[in-house]
Write a protein that binds this ligand. Structure first.
Ligand code: NAP
Length: 262
């Protein structure tokens, strides 16, 4: 299938590892020149991206700067993938509503919602000019908050609504906006023992490897396995492509059958 995106340009946020890195690699394999942004520029990102920006995307200045540097590097923006999200494990409480103060709410909303607001505001003039497309990486937690850190599900639900708003406004002007909502994905977020997955294992009092092995059964993944970052990346690449030309304002779940409601 010819995706028709060779020669286009993209910004991918949170591109150093995990889902963002897989999206960068998938787009690059289709001939897209990707500007990848994260605080840490990994060798894998360096290899796949046309340019990289080391930046804290949870700040307005950082998120805005990425777009300026990307336009300087590749000349204009066709695609924006707002992938950065979740949060630093050390800063995320797994406690209940009363355990969490405003600092966590603010940090989670800055990274999971406002980062996308800021990059989109800065990139939109170029995307409009090129009649491009935006994909925002949300989560099934936007629909089912259970088990997620306080504030995360709420920020992702707001991200879904932002995507819908943008789609309504921009579709008549030739720009497509969609969300992709993964369930459990085998990114470092879960697989790194020092990451969020390790923290959850500690909280449950189980080993990290047991936690990972039990996720499909415990959370009812109908397929029996978690999703790979590459599978999420394939979906994002399709949604950005010419083949998805009339897909607007939709939330695309990829969760191995975790969500049970129709
Ligand atoms: N993994 C899952 O099961 C899952 C499920 C549903 C939705 N999601 C969503 O998918 C997206 C990607 O998650 P992932 O699993 O790929 O995460 P990950 O493996 O932890 O990777 C996160 C990437 O974002 C970068 N990043 C984090 N905070 C940043 C900041 N403040 N500024 C700039 N870059 C930052 C990280 O690099 P640095 O730390 O070096 O900056 C890294 O490159 C997130 O929006 C997440 O909510 C994930």
């Amino acid at each position: 299938m010819d995706l028709g995106i060779s020669g286009k340009t993209a910004i991918v946020t949170g591109a150093g590892r995990g889902i963002g890195l897989a999206i960068t690699q998938a787009l690059a394999a289709e001939g897209v020149r990707v500007v990848g942004a994260a605080r840490t520029i990994t060798p894998e990102l360096e290899k796949a991206a046309a340019a990289t920006v080391s930046v804290d995307l949870s700040t307005r200045d950082g998120a805005t700067r990425v777009v300026g540097e990307a336009i300087d590097a590749v000349g204009g923006i066709d695609f924006l993938v707002n992938n950065v999200g979740a949060g630093d494990p050390d800063a995320l409480s797994l406690g209940g509503f009363l355990d969490v103060d405003d600092d966590q709410w603010q940090a989670v909303f800055d990274l999971n919602l406002f980062s996308a607001v800021w990059t989109t505001r800065a990139a939109l003039p170029s995307i409009l000019e090129r009649r491009g497309a935006i994909v925002n990486i949300s989560s099934i937690n936007a629909r089912v908050p259970a088990g997620s850190p306080v504030g995360y599900a709420e920020a992702k639900a707001a991200l879904n609504q932002l995507s819908k708003r943008l789609s309504e406004e921009l579709a008549p002007r030739g720009v497509r906006v969609n969300t992709v909502s993964p369930g459990f994905v085998s990114s470092p977020l879960w697989t790194d023992p020092n990451g969020f997955g390790g923290k959850v294992a500690d909280a449950y009092g189980v080993s990290h490897s047991d936690l990972l092995a039990n996720i499909p059964g415990q959370f009812g993944l109908a397929s029996g396995r978690v999703t790979t970052p590459e599978e999420v990346a394939d979906l994002v690449t399709f949604l950005l492509s010419e083949r998805a030309a009339n897909i607007h304002g939709a939330d695309h779940v990829i969760d191995g059958g975790t969500l049970k409601a129709g």
